[in-house]
Write a protein that binds this ligand. Sequence first.
Ligand code: GLS
Length: 828
Amino acid sequence: TPNKKIESYFSSNGIVSGKLGLSKDEIKDSFLEKTFYGLGRIPALATQNDFYTAMAFAIRDRVLRQFVRSTQQFNEKDARGVAYLSAEYLPGPHLGNNLLSLEIIKETREALAEVNLDLDEILDQEVEPGLGNGGLGRLASCYMDAMATLGIPSIAYGIRYEFGIFKQEIRDGWQEESTDKWLHYGNPWEIVRPEIAYEVHFGGKTESGIDEKGNYSVAWNADTVIKGVAYDTPILGYKSNGIIMRLWKAEAIESFDFSIYNSGDYYKAVEKKMRSENLTKVLYPNDENLQGKELRLKQQYFFVCCSLKDTIRLHLLQGRKLDQLHDKFTIQLNDTHPSIAVAELMRLLVDEHKMEWEKAWHVTRHTFAYTNHTLLPEALEKWSIDLFGRLLPRHLEIIYEINSRFLNELRELQYSANKIARMSLIEESGEPSIRMAHLATVGSFKVNGVSALHSRLLKEQVLNDFAELWPDKFTNVTNGISHRRFLVVSNPALSDLISEKIGRDWLTDLYKLKGLEAFAEDEDFQKKWMDIKLENKKALSKHIEEYAGVKIDPTMMFDVQVKRIHEYKRQHLKVLHILSLYRRIKKGEGERISPTAFIFAGKAAPGYFMAKRIIKLISSVADLVNKDPDVNGKLKVVFIPNFNVKLAQRIYPASDLSEQISMAGKEASGTGNMKFALNGALTVGTLDGANVEIRDEVGKENFFLFGLTTEEVQQTRQDGYRPSEYYEQNKELQGILDMLISGELSNGDTELFKPIFENLLQQDPYLLLKDYQSYIDCQEEIHEAWRKPKEWARMSILNVANMGKFSSDRSIQDYVEKIWNLQPIKAD
Ligand code: GLS
């Protein structure tokens, strides 16, 4: 029963009403109070980290106020909402963003200055939650920002990994991994909810029989039970709502086995607890590559089970009926990682809530929507029937049943046996396995890709049979980014300059940036624009000197490629370009080269041999180039270790050239491409992913295009591609490739880069040699453009002016209109 006294106090006494932000004095008071009473610190002993923590607590109070208000309003309106299921999030540091959302950056800076503290230093203390690998996890976080800002009734579910993505160090040019202890100093943003906890079962057997009411029913007698406990982090939208990111941590049901303890074996008694907690210990560090490991499947099922049980609890709490679940919720599947949800919802409805199969299937397939994030065959999730059946025997039965009904439908449509086998949820050839993308597609009412090109290829290739069967199910939502985090928070000087010219409406409507077009030719504005870039480059140079030990002249062109290291992204094509410049300079032919700093960052999956070798290659080229007095002043190469959101926020504002050079048809969208352009970098890129749409928006004259199209890539393959022909015909290219095996880059070791050399000469799966010349020619154009600073500034301004489409606010609006069909509710 609700406590009426507290309720009335809540609404009338200003606890959750009143203004959004805080005054300078309120911030100072609250900060000091948290330092002393919250942390129990005396000034002489307080560290910078204590001050950060105190400030985070002070701000968290206000953030939670917005969350409480939003939740109240969502409930009062009995709103339709979204549950977003993602195995990965990369929120980045929270404090800076929350200050912006509360519009108190200036006040906080002043409040801290009054006690002799510097806001930037305090912000720098925050350790970010690295709960994702790359673009997919960061996208989920950009979407949280937009969903909160737009007032989408929503909750984001995921996994509270104790160790996030590994910390990368570079030693002797090689990547070394160490554990990411992001929780070491505590986490002021999260709130544990021990009462929100669910049991998750694994293993055992199923048994069918007749229940008390005389109905056929199946019981799953699992052999392991684990508990999932909710940890909530409020995510605040800009000047508006707060939503919750609810992450599940695995715990033992009983932390201690008393029967074993009583028999005297203390260690054995705790072992069970440790085994249970292992489940959420660590994030799998693979982006776009499936490892098929048992623990990974367990993690996926664990968080899906807790999230669905929680969604159902929230639904029933509102006094609604379970067969209306789809009227009140869309559950968005962020890739196939949570796609076991289709079988789990069926299990919950049929086995636990005794709904009949047809009705349950109707609810299920009208509840889920599935976003595909990759076409790479090695990343399409499949689980061996054997492993799956051992861990989730009941789900295997359910999937067989869904499949058998689905295949019957196909038979009724007179589909050929071949086509039916292609579409089946079960792959029979090789080791029998479950095709998770098929399960997600069959179990969802909408399927979307993440850029126009990707969505088209998804329909034409990977899910072609399904798109023919259900054309209306397929749609596109082009990715977007949080321009508030990636411009307002991370590039304050440029943001202020923009606002001076066009006002601040662009913070909530990025299309307003269009107003900058009027100033693209204004020389005074151009100068201010480029001065800010230079300041940002100086700041990045300082960071590079400290963390990578390389001194860079900030007036050089900053040519930047930062993203996961993957062969399809072609960091090694960039290396070939650098070597071509190096050789030209050595031959005395470098007069048309503009002084350039090549900046790389990104993590390689620890088990990905070629990716790790590419990092070593970059480092070796850096050694060669940076030490050579002949090139000094013209070229610099650096690999900045440990790319993460925090580092990204320093890099984008300082970049001149954005490298988006994947082989066409491979990068589903890319989102780094948008962050660079939003900060005024010009793009050199292929017609891949969202590059296509960026180019359409900014104009082809303001984008450096090169390389084959997706269709040309396919044609090249069909015609029988022989990379060695390019090696033989192109003497410059030949000279560069020979460097890889000459020992020049590796202290005489001719074996070190042979795997890369041989891969390129024999297979070259990503067509580097084919695209090489086009890339080199394009780079010559770029170097020429750099020599005309006014032209460059104009293009840079025009890029920013035309980034309106790439706000995650627009993406979320698209999800609302095309998929979710709901009404935003803005907290007042
Ligand atoms: C990815 C794609 O590779 C990116 O192109 C895309 O921008 C991102 C978000 O949609 O998803 N898929 C994936 O598995 N990791 C990614 O970064």
